[in-house]
Design a protein around this ligand. Structure first.
Ligand SMILES: [Zn+2]
Length: 164
């Protein structure tokens, strides 16, 4: 996996582990003999608590990816696995800066989907697509501004996904 250098290590490590199916979902725990009675996704109640469902197939994830594809103007944002998500930036028709930005945004979005899952499952805190999207867009802006070489970027350009 390509490490994204403007995104904090915890997020990179999370997606690296997610891609190998090594995060503590109910499905992954069951494979290791830890059985949890409520094995459904808390957001939609129609899929399993698994990496591919939580980050790719769940309606919450689909809604988030739709908003991100619209924001970053990436067409054909189709993914069937975490690997597909992580490779999205390689196959979009964009310049190097946009690709680097998009790569990090995907990593951060995965991280926030996981945070939302944990908040819901463990604290009963429900989250909607718009909340997660706002969080992804504002947090990624701060990190991109502070940690990439594009410290000059302003919020309005970030919201339009425009790089000067
Ligand atoms: Zn779901």
């Amino acid at each position: 996996m390509d490490w994204c250098n403007w995104v904090p290590l915890k997020c990179n490590i999370f997606v690296w582990r997610a891609e190998m199916d090594r995060i503590a979902t109910v499905e992954a725990l069951a494979k290791r003999g830890v059985l949890i009675s409520d094995d459904m996704c808390f957001h939609c109640r129609s899929g399993p608590d698994s990496v591919d469902h939580l980050l790719v197939g769940c309606e919450l994830a689909l809604g988030l990816w739709e908003k991100i594809s619209f924001w970053c103007r990436v067409q054909n944002f189709f993914a069937f696995s975490v690997r597909d998500l992580l490779e999205m930036s390689n196959y979009c028709n964009k310049g190097a800066t946009e690709k680097a930005a998009l790569q990090g945004i995907v990593v951060i979005a995965c991280w926030f989907l996981w945070v939302a899952r944990n908040n819901h499952r463990f604290s009963g805190k429900r989250c909607c697509v718009d909340d997660i999207f706002s969080e992804v867009r504002s947090t990624s802006f701060l990190w991109f501004k502070q940690r990439s070489k594009f410290g000059e970027i302003v919020w309005l350009d970030w919201c339009k996904f425009v790089f000067m």
